[in-house]
Design a protein around this ligand. Structure first.
Ligand SMILES: *Cc1c(COP(=O)(O)O)cnc(C)c1O
Length: 362
């Protein structure tokens, strides 16, 4: 019989060191800023809009939070050990953030992504020491990732399954708790609406559960891009539905992802691609710096909700996320020629968005 000891077993020693490295990384990081949007026409009506700036994480997007949670979850489940190859299926941002944490733990990392993923994201994954494996369509990433994990004896992280459960939804300074804390001194501290897009659905699940658990009167709206399956799934509850897939990077999926929890969502707003692009441009002008296309999608839904509130004479705040910065999309969504070829003419959408921003009630 072994004598009890307080020294960890050798396998635990690696695990404890790995968790400690992630915790130390967290300790070194600051919270992301909540930015009030300067929209005088709405403010005059008692409606305030805010964006939580998730682009300022070390890996540039809201996926930094998810990657940290997924690594801690996998470590504590005993799914990752010393030398494990970590594999992920991703449209890009998650892989950038996971490559960062894999390097922190000195683990090999492979990202399986659609060939259409932006070269900037591929470069960032490789910058963090990850390897990219490109496949021909978004629907193929899951099986490829599983196969590579099996071949290498590694671990398939599977963000689309585990995003909703890897994050502590009751609090622990998750994104929802942080938003509510940062709103404490605003004139409408409890938001009327929180708007998010859904890729994994993890962010909407965390926010939706947190709001209910805290018994807030806030409502959760998901902004869904064209081509995504989530809107139809929201209406019908059918988990077997498929769709062509979205052209707004990071959000909208071709299949109903297990992490998307429909019962947490109070409202779904479908956003045409040309409006996402127009709103991305309008918001970039408003903030004096570029935001990514999924932030544009969020902004379209925020403007829709704000217009409805104004019509009903409701006052209050609407919060959403600045998911990532536009610098990742300079050769794509910020190139007028690329946009014209992919989405056609955005002029009408631009007029509509500009009118919504400037003209309310005037
Ligand atoms: C992943 C992602 C989202 C959506 O977040 P989920 O929590 O996965 O639903 C939005 N925008 C960008 C840029 C993303 O990468």
């Amino acid at each position: 019989m072994s004598t009890p000891t307080h020294a960890p077993a050798p396998a635990d020693r690696w695990l404890h060191g790995a968790i400690a490295r992630i915790e130390a990384d967290y300790q070194r990081s600051a919270d992301t800023h909540l930015i009030p949007l300067r929209l005088p026409a709405f403010a005059a009506q008692g409606i305030d809009l805010y964006l939580k700036d998730e682009s300022t994480h070390p890996t540039g997007s809201l996926k930094h939070r998810l990657a940290r949670s997924l690594f801690l979850y996998a470590l504590c489940n005993g799914w990752i050990g010393a030398g494990s190859t970590v594999v992920e299926s991703s449209s890009g941002s998650t892989a950038v953030s996971e490559a960062y944490f894999a390097r922190l733990l000195e683990l090999p990392f492979v990202a399986v992504m659609p060939r259409s993923t932006s070269p900037e994201k591929i470069a960032q994954i490789e910058f963090h020491g990850g390897r990219c494996h490109l496949v021909d369509s978004a629907g193929l990433v899951y099986e490829q990732a599983r196969a590579i994990a099996a071949q290498t004896g590694g671990h398939y992280m599977d963000q689309f399954t585990y995003a909703e459960r890897a994050t502590d939804w009751r609090g622990n300074n998750n994104i929802a708790e942080s938003m509510f804390t940062q709103m404490a001194r605003e004139r409408h501290p409890v938001p009327r609406w929180i708007v998010v897009g859904a890729g994994t659905g993890g962010t909407s699940a965390t926010i939706g559960r947190y709001m209910r658990y805290q018994r807030h009167a806030s409502r959760l709206c998901v902004a869904d891009p064209a081509g995504s399956v989530f809107s139809a799934h929201y209406r019908t509850g059918d988990t077997t539905l498929t769709a062509p897939g979205s052209r707004i990077e990071g959000i909208g999926r071709p299949r109903v992802e297990p992490s998307f929890i429909r019962t947490l969502v109070d409202r779904m707003i479908e956003v045409p691609d040309v409006e996402s692009v127009a709103a991305m441009r309008a918001l970039s002008r408003l903030l004096g710096r570029r935001v990514g296309p999924s932030t544009g999608t969020n902004f379209v839904a925020m403007l829709t909700l704000a217009a409805e509130m104004r019509e009903r004479g409701e006052r209050g705040s609407i919060l959403s996320l600045l998911c990532d910065a536009g610098e990742r999309y300079l050769p794509t969504y910020f190139d007028p020629a690329w946009v014209a070829q992919c989405f056609g003419d955005c002029t009408l959408a631009q007029h509509k968005i500009d009118a919504q921003i400037g003209a309310c009630g005037n």
